[in-house]
Design a protein around this ligand. Sequence first.
Ligand code: ADP
Ligand code: ZN
Length: 785
Amino acid sequence: MFAEVALNIPLDRTFIYRVPETVSSKPEVGKRVIVPFGRSDFLKTGIIVSLKEKIEDINEAYIKEIFDIPDNFSLFTENNIKLAREIAKRYASSLGEVLFFFLPSGFVIEETSYIYLKREEHVKGKIEKQIVDYLKKKKGKVKLISLSRAIKGKSVYSTVKNLIRKGIIGKEEDITYTLLPTQKFAVLNEIKPVKGKKEIKALEILKTVKELPVKELKEKGIPYDTIKRLSAKGIIKIEEREHLVNVKKQALTDNRKIVLTADQKKALKEIMAGKNETFLLYGVTGSGKMEVYLHAALETVKKGKSVLILVPELLLTPELRARVESYFGENIVVFHSKLSKKELVSQWLKAVKGKSKVFMGTRMSLMLPIKDLGLIIVDEEQDTSYKEQQKPLYHAREMAVKRGNIEKCPVILVSATPSVESYYRASIGKYKALELKKRVSNIPLPYIKVVDLKEEKRVGIFSESLISAIKNTVKKGEQVLLFINRRGFFSSGFCPKCGFMAECEDCAVPLVYHKNLNKLICHICGKKYNPIYRCPECGTKLEFKGYGTERVEEEVKVLFPEFRTVRLDQDSVRNPTKGAKLIADIKNGKYDIIVGTQIASKGHNFPKLTLVAVLMADTGYLLPDFRSAERTFQTIVHTTGRAGRFKPGAAIVQAFDPENPAVKYAAEYKFDLFYKEEIEAREIFNYPPFSYPVVLEFQIEKTSKFTKIEEKFNILKEKIKPYFNVPPLNPAPIPKISGRYRFITFMRAANENDLLKGVDILKNEMPTLFRGIRYRIDVDPVYLL
Ligand code: ADP
Ligand code: ZN
């Protein structure tokens, strides 16, 4: 038998291996295998993607043998592999890259090289000497990797190679099976008389319970040495058993029992009657969308099938988990990047072994090897965190729809402000639209007042309307949220005389002044600079403009010294313990005014919050991105929607251009009109959903290299012209990141077929054409800067 194996390498191909009789377990699709690879037969972990009895076109004599198949279960389902093939095809990756991107790294077995001193001989070179001395000191075998850590220097590896060639150093390979989470158990075997106090105590415990994890015996005061002695005497056996760890949670429970309204019931009925359709479930915040999808999930589970719930990164809060648990109990599996290596492996195995029916997590949960999947939910489907920014750069929402097709199960996309793409597809019947028209509770939506920042009198960034609204709200004992989309103090310092702007030298973006650190910080690469106050070109005093959370916080404190103000942004919740405490304090009413970014506008429910202000609603509008109107609209709707969840509230939206449709329609709750206008604009300018874009980006260290890249790009252009509209290469809106100059082209295919054909050419031609050059192929891009 032969196995087709995918490996974690960027080559777009798989490898055929012979399956010998000696492997530990039966060959099956989706299982991991350990195979020799390359000229030196270094052992690598691969995944079996197909099995064949016979092979053609390859001389069997050249086929290598699988080293081992260690597990008796598959880490990917057959459907997973189908989905991975689709992702590889659309996002210009190899099948192996995709599979290993999703597979927790704890499953990857690595070969480790050890070296040791064979004979002591006088060596000359400085590095040679250091290596020999190090090995002498350590005696015995040393991991090659620890040697390279102990001895700093570029030539360590080549020097080791030389020493091996000269016969001074020997080398051995060893495989570490970084392995499945297990726990040691002490199991009573045969009762014999014992003497020691601890041994007697251990035996007494085990006589009643028969077996206990070694860890628990230790907690009862019995050291591992005692257990080992009992085992040597044959009294107990030490067994290694599979142990899937549970992810700790904050103690939060949600015991609401919900009876759906007539509108909710109707939506639920349509979902349950549908087969493998995609639904767009939309309606204002508080219209009861989540209760609908949780009910659909519950009915699916009752039918014996599993459910996958995808949520944006910032939404995966303890509140959300508690709400899902109120439906399914605590046996739900959560999956996201903050988990430890061991937890990730455990959660993945819970899917493999069917230990749970409900899986919830961020975009990386898309590929969980869930069997019998009966429903996929994508909450806040418009969220940009569904797009992966590293290879394979997949869009989890689009691929969730694909997974639904493969698994033949329904998919529900959920949002208060759907992406224009999904809204359009629902409007032409490609997705089934389910709208919840009003809020469940009789608390009305907040009244939104739009303030013209050019016209109205203001103090700093605070209009008169806002100032009086803040006073009234706090007087009533309620809370205010002031939303600004940037952390830091000033967003730029510039010279009024010569136009100099304080920019990051590596990234060519304006630096943001952080007052509490007294540093200028680049928000792209994080580099810190000492603040400057005078123009380095002409000596004029710099002017500072723009607002960040820190500056707003300071102005609030000056305007309202008697109110308790707090800042809630990435900087203030970086430490998770402090962050959780801060959020609890806000909920408990310890603060009157919260100055926050997205962190404050997503996920958390602040019961006392009744006034929300978007301080500068339309500054993002000027960015050169076709989605800036959509983002402005979504930010206003979501942020103002935080007000008055539990009692009536209001919102103030401050804007420089109040007539801007994104601002106007959001504030008037005329969502249909916004989408109608936006879809018309997209059609006129041929943007998605009317075209299928790919951003090609090149990064170079010296601008002088550009001409060469452009020449090659023109060769490529000829080949992809039949499938894409290809504009010339231009500097990116952020022209420099981390010292590299960026050039991009925004290409568009007319339909999905052309897109896939074009991407295939990019994937095959670019590695050779642009060897040694940094580039990326971003299909379905969400950031164009
Ligand atoms: P959305 O997802 O549209 O924002 P939710 O499903 O979160 O709305 O509902 C908003 C609030 O109303 C939640 O606290 C929810 O528990 C409650 N709710 C939703 N549907 C009902 C219902 N039928 N009866 C009582 N409360 C409901
Ligand atoms: Zn920078």
